[in-house]
Design a protein around this ligand. Structure first.
Ligand SMILES: Cc1ncc(COP(=O)(O)O)c(C=O)c1O
Length: 440
């Protein structure tokens, strides 16, 4: 079969029965789907042989590129030992090693690790933990506070603390009873981010006072509300949230699924503000972008609330068939080792600076509303020139060998942390040209 016949055949079979995530299936076939065949370094290839630069790290997960020899070898070696055993009532070396490695990087005071699968399931575990810990300390705190434009995943607990109407409004009738504050990243005209942070903190203070001891946790995405459109905020927001949580006995949940593992040019985004949360979720880049694995890091104080006799009912009755899968853990250990060896977090910081420098000319362009960035996490908000402008920009970039995926009219650049200068330059140049072509 010729490459193009094979591609057509695969696409037809996909269209016949496959249902894709976050995808309007009625137009998916019209968008000329790429069938990914293989990948190497910063690139992947479609089944027709076309090469694409992976400009969004396969949805914000990839760290060192694709087919990294060290991670490949670690997964293969683990396959030769055992692919999977349950983590309920058993343990294994990859998970133990990973826990030590992860805590070696963690903000001080985070000493316990609970594993989950995707980012959503880590958030789900974290909010259940916060609620149960409070309950087991004798406090009735049934409420969560979260932030407008926030995104924490698509399971119902995570949706409950989400704030993006397009994704979440449909489900409101079946969600937890939560309270939402405004986004510190959505500015009023003429307002600075510092002013906006102060304004939202006043709102939060009033809310926590009104809820009077009923709030068990405040859930935030530190530094960048990613899926909300790469909305960035000032460090004073996180510091203020920490102080208000302390004042009102609420836990601070920092969802670092998108921002963690070096993405913002620090290992953890909370480091920018010098804040330590009570619970920190991570996922995405944890395995270097290889396999689904997420984790909740927490304190001895939260952990201690779950201790008691087996009959006490204080156990955290939560977990999954594939919790702490050994292949995933082996990939994550290899990833963290490589990050340490190659100073990948420092590289991410540099990559972010270069993105800032090279996208600067776009800032003066009429078709660009704002460029927002922390570390490698970049959103270029373009003016709307019809339906799906962001998507049109990405399709134009695709014609020039660069794969990026927008958030509405925000064009996202989020390359693997270890991307080299030449590939990064190509990414920025192609996307800049695509914006100039589409948004006139
Ligand atoms: C901050 C944040 N939390 C949670 C999630 C959910 O992660 P997953 O898609 O792996 O379930 C995401 C996904 O983009 C995210 O950005």
């Amino acid at each position: 079969m010729s490459p193009s016949d094979r591609t057509n055949d695969l696409v037809a079979r996909d269209l016949a029965h496959v249902w894709h995530p976050f995808t309007q299936q009625s137009v998916w076939g019209d968008d000329d789907p790429i069938v990914v065949d293989r990948a190497e370094g910063m690139y992947f290839w479609g089944s027709d042989g076309t090469r694409y630069l992976d400009g969004v790290s396969s949805l914000w997960v990839n760290v060192h590129g694709h087919r990294v020899p060290e991670i490949d070898a670690a997964v293969r070696a683990q396959l030769d030992r055992v692919a999977h055993t349950t983590f309920l009532g058993l343990t294994h070396e990859p998970a133990i090693e990973l826990t030590e490695r992860l805590l070696g990087t963690a903000p001080p005071g985070l000493t316990r690790v609970f594993y989950a699968g995707d980012g959503s399931s880590a958030v789900e575990a974290a909010i259940k933990m916060a609620f149960q810990a409070a309950a087991q300390r004798g406090e009735h705190r049934p409420r969560f506070v979260h932030v407008r434009e926030g995104y924490h995943g698509d399971t119902l607990g995570a949706v409950s603390v989400g704030g993006i109407d397009l994704f979440h409004a449909t489900y409101r009738p079946i969600l937890l009873d939560t309270r939402m504050v405004s986004s510190p990243g959505v500015l009023q005209p003429g307002q600075t981010r510092v002013e906006r942070a102060a304004e939202v903190l006043v709102e939060l203070a009033e809310l926590l006072a009104a809820e009077d001891g009923l709030v068990c946790a405040v859930v935030v995405e530190p530094m960048v509300q990613a899926a909300g459109g790469m909305l960035t905020h000032d460090v004073s927001f996180l510091r203020g949230v920490r102080a208000l949580c302390d004042q009102h006995g609420a836990a601070l949940v920092a969802d670092e699924v998108a921002t963690g593992i070096g993405r913002t040019g620090r290992m953890w985004a909370v480091e920018h503000a010098g804040v330590v949360p009570d619970l920190l979720t991570c996922g995405k880049g944890l395995t270097g972008g290889y396999l689904p694995l997420s984790a909740v890091l927490t304190t001895e104080a939260v952990y201690a609330a779950f201790l008691g006799s087996p009959a006490s009912g204080r156990t955290f009755f939560h977990g999954h068939s594939y919790t702490a899968n050994p292949l995933c853990c082996a990939a994550a250990v290899a990833n963290l080792d490589l990050m340490a060896q190659h100073s990948t977090v420092a590289r991410a910081e540099r990559v972010g600076e270069l993105i800032g420098e090279w996208t600067a000319p776009l800032a003066g362009y009429d078709g660009v509303r704002e460029i927002r960035r922390v570390g490698t996490m970049t959103g270029i908000e373009v003016a709307s020139v019809g339906e799906r402008t962001g998507f049109a920009v990405c399709q134009e970039a695709r014609r020039h060998g660069v794969w990026v995926r927008p958030l509405g009219d925000v064009v996202v650049l989020m390359p693997p942390l270890a991307i080299g200068d030449d590939d990064l330059r190509q990414l920025v140049d192609v996307v800049s040209d695509a914006i100039r072509t589409v948004v006139r």
